[in-house]
Design a binder for this molecule. Structure first.
Ligand SMILES: NC(=O)c1ccc[n+]([C@@H]2O[C@H](COP(=O)([O-])OP(=O)(O)OC[C@H]3O[C@@H](n4cnc5c(N)ncnc54)[C@H](OP(=O)(O)O)[C@@H]3O)[C@@H](O)[C@H]2O)c1
Length: 268
């Protein structure tokens, strides 16, 4: 099986690296194409991927075409790809807001996956949600799942609207966590800790809490009850958050990202 990654940017290279580190594919079966000479030169120095500047030299060789260019480059790219593809090729797109229908119509490929990754894919802890066109077989889905899982975990969603919804949770979600971390670090600094100690206090607290959560079947609410005792320090903090409606505000923020993903999809 040969995979072609189009777009050697942040995300394209993250997936190319993820696939190359897994046992799924040999490095020689991963092709990377980018229109920028600068990117290709950089790539020659840091990787052993087969690199290409012209679509005609790589698209016909690929079983799976992984598209990782910005959404506003999609139209131009699909126009060029259209002339080179065959009906048995599979296209995986991670472009935000570009719909299955649009990809099928403009690329000329029917077997399409639309995926939404997130940034922790860079360290192998990403979450990719994806939806498949009806032309993709079960066996092909298994292969795709394995490819996506080389950067973390993946979830196959039943309808396309859930891709925009997952943008509001996992796609933008790492930024919500960083927002919370930033607030806690600022509080630690104000309490008198050094910058370095503030960072350790906060990052180890997040790592520890997430590990506890992952190693149990308990809900976050149950874990909160375990940490908090009546009249204690944690309860004081949780009461303060409830009084300030933090729970509702976080949900509102997630829905704001969801709505923006829908809007961007319409613009595209
Ligand atoms: N970054 C994230 O966290 C994230 C999360 C979810 C989804 N995504 C999606 O991932 C996609 C890629 O994002 P990114 O941050 O990796 O973008 P990026 O760093 O800008 O990389 C895209 C690369 O593709 C190249 N390119 C553009 N048009 C091309 C064409 N027709 N043929 C070949 N190469 C082409 C670009 O070259 P130039 O620079 O010369 O244009 C650039 O090198 C986007 O569609 C985005 O919506 C990203």
């Amino acid at each position: 099986m040969k995979v072609l990654v189009i777009g050697a940017g942040n995300m394209g290279l993250t997936y190319a690296e993820g696939m190359s580190k897994s046992k799924l594919l040999k490095k020689k079966n991963i092709m990377v194409m980018d229109k920028s000479d600068e990117k290709l030169n950089e790539l020659h120095q840091i990787s052993h991927f087969d690199t290409f500047k012209e679509l005609k030299d790589c698209v016909p060789k690929a079983d799976i075409i992984f598209v990782a260019v910005k959404p506003h480059h999609a139209e131009e790219l699909f126009k060029d790809i259209n002339l080179l593809v065959t009906s048995d090729q599979i296209l995986i797109s991670i472009m935000a807001g570009v719909t299955l229908d649009a990809i099928q119509e403009f690329s000329g490929i029917n077997k399409v996956i639309r995926a939404m990754p997130n940034l922790p894919a860079k360290v192998g802890l990403g979450l990719t949600s994806y939806v498949a066109s009806s032309d993709i077989s079960r066996i092909e889905l298994l292969t795709i799942e394995s490819l996506l899982n080389t950067t973390g975990k993946s979830i196959l969603v039943s309808k396309e609207s859930l891709i925009d919804a997952s943008t509001g949770i996992s796609g933008s979600g790492p930024a919500y966590v960083f927002y919370f971390m930033q607030s806690m670090m600022e509080a630690a600094l104000q309490m008198g800790f050094s910058t370095n100690d503030s960072k350790v206090l906060v990052s180890q607290t997040f790592t520890g809490a997430i590990e506890l959560f992952n190693q149990s079947n308990l809900s976050p609410n149950s874990w909160m009850e375990k940490v908090a005792s009546k009249g204690g320090t944690t309860q004081a903090a949780l009461d303060s958050m409830d009084d300030n409606n933090v729970n509702e505000l976080i949900k509102e923020a997630a829905f704001a990202a969801f709505s923006r993903a829908v809007e961007l999809g319409k613009e595209n």
